[in-house]
Design a binder for this molecule. Structure first.
Ligand code: GLN
Length: 470
């Protein structure tokens, strides 16, 4: 059992173990935990790739930042030659011809791709229950959902099937499952990680990030996968995110605000308790923690639901039965081919969002709701901007609730959307955030939010909290 990516790299560097042994260990764990349903595809070449790495190390190749670290990857990230499905029948047998930039970088740093993890279909959902193929269970209690949409990435790390995992987050899909599975989950500032080869859900909100057991691994991973990429014009200019460890960082004197109207949101008792405990801890560390008015926050989820659906409806139009995936056999016209194929290959949640997005973008009422949502999005961003002129961080619970039983919310999409109440505004406003578990095992988490590209300080602060919790 390895505690962290760093401990694996060290052990390989010191010749205490080999990449092959480490990979074999995790493949064994995946086999033992099959019932959890974390993985959709295991990389059959993982052992061979680890052996090749060992051979290169023997010949004197230096150890990279992820030397021999096995990484689980959400199934919406392209992996050359390794099936990538987005947990959808629309891509059920799709073998990508190239790697996403972030995968290329993991490989260059010596990481080994263990396999592809289950998720909600095309990342739309919060529990893995919209996956076309399987439901993932929460390793802390298999009757509960692990959260989503990066469901398998969370359960893989929480069960010890992987030491770190790549997830993607459009409205909370890294932070919410991290919270449900008691892990650290990091949504980097928009632009930090190239989106090239990450299958789009909603372009203006999507970022890949990391789920791990400690802040140091979040940093290590994003230093590898992040930085400028000429294939993604929205990626940052700097070659590297430059995240640095700072053991002497102190929250002493830092100003932290939390939403004053928190009671207006439906918070479950355990979540509230963890949050209050978090406030006390930050105060003990010398921070000034004060309630702040965020009047627009109450509208964030509605704005998110409109914007996400519009971007989804346009992104999903490429899955038309012509270029990718299966196609129905009987049709009289192109229109019928599209309609029949798309009705057959997409699940209910994906179809619902395409329908809603098409409605919002329709010209019938001059895109009234979409335009309004864009205005409120701006207002929310302005509110945050004004806030960050005086404060260092925002603090919220990561989710308003605890992981729920599998099946409990299946028929009520509106309740399903609620758990991302506090995460969506971060994506809407291009900020960065990390989810910090307040205890080992089931319980609430803190979400610490910082201004765009203040990721370095965000992780340093999160690490100080982690140290105090240990
Ligand atoms: N659960 C949210 C949704 O369904 C967030 C999804 C995500 O971040 N990919 O939209």
């Amino acid at each position: 059992m390895y505690k962290s990516a760093a401990s694996i790299v060290e052990a390989i560097k010191n010749k205490e173990t080999t990449a092959e042994q480490v990979t074999a260990y995790y493949l064994q764990k995946i086999e033992e935990n099959k019932d959890l349903g974390s993985f959709l595809t295991v990389n059959e070449k993982a052992l061979e790739e680890a052996r090749e790495l060992d051979a290169r190390l023997l010949q004197g190749e230096p150890c990279g930042a992820l030397c021999g670290v096995p990484v689980a990857v959400k199934d919406n990230v392209l992996t050359e030659g390794l099936r990538t499905t987005c947990a959808s029948n629309a891509l059920k047998d799709f073998i990508p011809p190239y790697d996403a930039t972030l995968i290329t970088r993991i490989k260059e740093a010596g990481g080994i791709i263990l396999g592809k993890t289950n998720m909600d279909e095309f990342a739309m959902g919060s529990s893995s229950e919209t996956s076309a193929f399987q439901i993932t269970k929460n390793p802390l209690d298999p009757n509960l959902v692990p959260g989503g949409s990066s469901s398998g990435s969370a359960s893989a790390v929480a069960s010890g099937e992987a030491v770190v995992a790549i997830g993607t987050d459009t409205g909370g899909s890294i932070r919410q499952p991290a919270s449900y599975c008691s892990l650290y989950g990091y949504y980097p500032s928009y632009g930090t990680v190239s989106r090239s080869g990450v299958i789009s859900m909603a372009n203006t909100l999507d970022q890949a990030g990391v789920l791990a057991n400690c802040v140091a691994d979040l940093r290590r991973m994003v230093n590898v996968i992040g930085g400028c990429d000429e294939k993604d014009p929205t990626s940052m200019r700097e070659a590297s995110p430059g995240l640095e460890e700072n053991p002497s960082y102190s929250l002493q004197g830092k100003r932290i605000g939390y939403p004053a109207n928190l009671d207006a949101f439906p918070l479950e008792t355990e979540v509230k308790e963890s949050f209050d405990k978090g406030i006390r801890l930050l105060e003990e560390l010398g921070a000034e923690v004060v309630p702040v008015e965020f009047p627009t926050l109450a509208y964030a989820l509605s704005v998110y639901n409109i914007i996400v659906a519009t971007e989804v409806s346009s992104n999903m139009s490429r899955f038309d039965g012509i270029v990718y995936g299966p196609r129905v056999d009987e049709y009289q016209s192109n229109d019928e081919l599209y309609k029949k194929t798309r009705s057959a290959v997409f699940g209910e949640e994906v179809q619902r969002r395409i329908a809603m997005g098409t409605l919002y973008l329709g010209s019938d009422d001059e895109q009234r709701l979409y335009k309004k949502a864009m205005k409120v999005r701006r207002k929310l961003a302005d509110e945050y901007r004004a806030f960050f002129a005086d404060y260092d961080f925002v603090l919220t619970p990561t989710t308003n609730d605890m992981p729920f039983p599998i099946g409990a919310r299946k028929d009520d999409p509106m309740v399903m959307y609620d758990s991302e109440l506090f995460t969506v505004s971060v994506n809407l406003c291009g900020l960065c955030a990390v989810s910090i578990p307040m205890q080992k095992g089931l319980g609430g988490s803190l979400q610490l939010i910082a201004e765009r590209f203040n990721d370095n300080e965000l992780l340093q602060a999160a690490e100080q909290i982690e140290r105090s919790l240990a």
